[in-house]
Design a protein around this ligand. Structure first.
Ligand code: PEP
Length: 251
């Protein structure tokens, strides 16, 4: 059985002090419990304070993005190697805000993904359709093409360490959630697409749902057969609501 995972994407919120307090509130609740696995993703400037706050607990810390080279003349960028050195164990790649606002393509996500995997950083790769694409009946095509493009050349043993997040763009930060049925349909499809390429190991791959996950809808979403937890934005910004979502993922 796949272990559930609950990830909090803090986006461009929290000072180092606020991040420490938020991480502490989550770490005190989680303690040593590993079901679900809990990861927080503060902005770069708050990674250190969050890492200190969760030390000795089962909560892991990751970054929201990384560069595909180890170092170089890339003003404003942070490499996976730097994140690893700091103590991060996860990285989010291809979030829709990065795809839409910073023009990240599947090819770029793929470059970053290969680098992250080569450095033993565990990636969460995000895919998802816009509202126009959904209305045009293109959801499955869009998701398939993002998935296969982002994973191009990634071998099966590395897929096992890769988490996929299905995040319909129309549900992110909008308060509109995909219904459990809508989400499960796409999650099941993602597993089918991956199975065609990778075979049975796909049963071990975690597929998270993201898009306005809240304490009051989390349990039903997480109860779907192919939804292995959530990537949570807004509701991860207070320990009170995030801890309730963690509770909803307990099996
Ligand atoms: C996200 O940031 O990945 C996200 C899903 O945000 P929200 O939960 O606020 O919709």
């Amino acid at each position: 059985m796949r272990r559930k995972l609950v990830a909090g994407n803090w986006k461009m919120y929290t000072t180092p002090e606020k991040a420490a307090a938020l991480a502490k509130g989550i770490a005190e609740y989680v303690g040593q419990a590993t079901d679900p696995q809990v990861i927080v993703f503060p902005p770069f400037t708050s990674l250190s304070s969050a890492l200190i706050a969760v030390k000795g607990t089962a909560v892991a810390v990751g970054a929201q993005n990384m560069h595909w080279e180890d170092e170089g003349a890339f003003t404003g960028e942070v490499s996976g190697k730097m994140l690893l050195t700091l103590g991060c164990s996860y990285v989010i790649l291809g979030h829709s805000e990065r795809r839409q606002l910073f023009f990240e393509t599947d090819m770029l996500v793929n470059q970053k993904l290969k680098k992250a995997l080569s450095q033993n950083l565990s990636p969460i790769v995000c895919v998802g359709e816009t509202l126009d694409q959904r209305d045009a009946g293109e959801t499955m095509n869009v998701v398939q093409s993002q998935l296969l493009g982002s994973l191009d050349g990634v071998p099966a043993d590395e897929l096992r360490r890769t988490v996929i997040a299905y995040e319909p763009v129309w549900a992110i930060g909008t308060g509109r959630t995909a219904s459990p049925h809508q989400a499960e349909q796409v999650h099941g499809y993602i597993r089918t697409v991956l199975r065609e390429r990778y075979g049975a190991i796909v049963d071990d791959v975690l597929i998270l749902y993201g898009g306005s996950v809240k304490p009051d809808n989390a349990r039903e979403l997480f109860g779907q057969p192919n939804i292995d937890g959530g990537l949570v934005g807004g509701a991860s910004l207070t320990a009170e609501s995030f801890n309730k979502i963690i509770a909803a993922a307990r099996q």
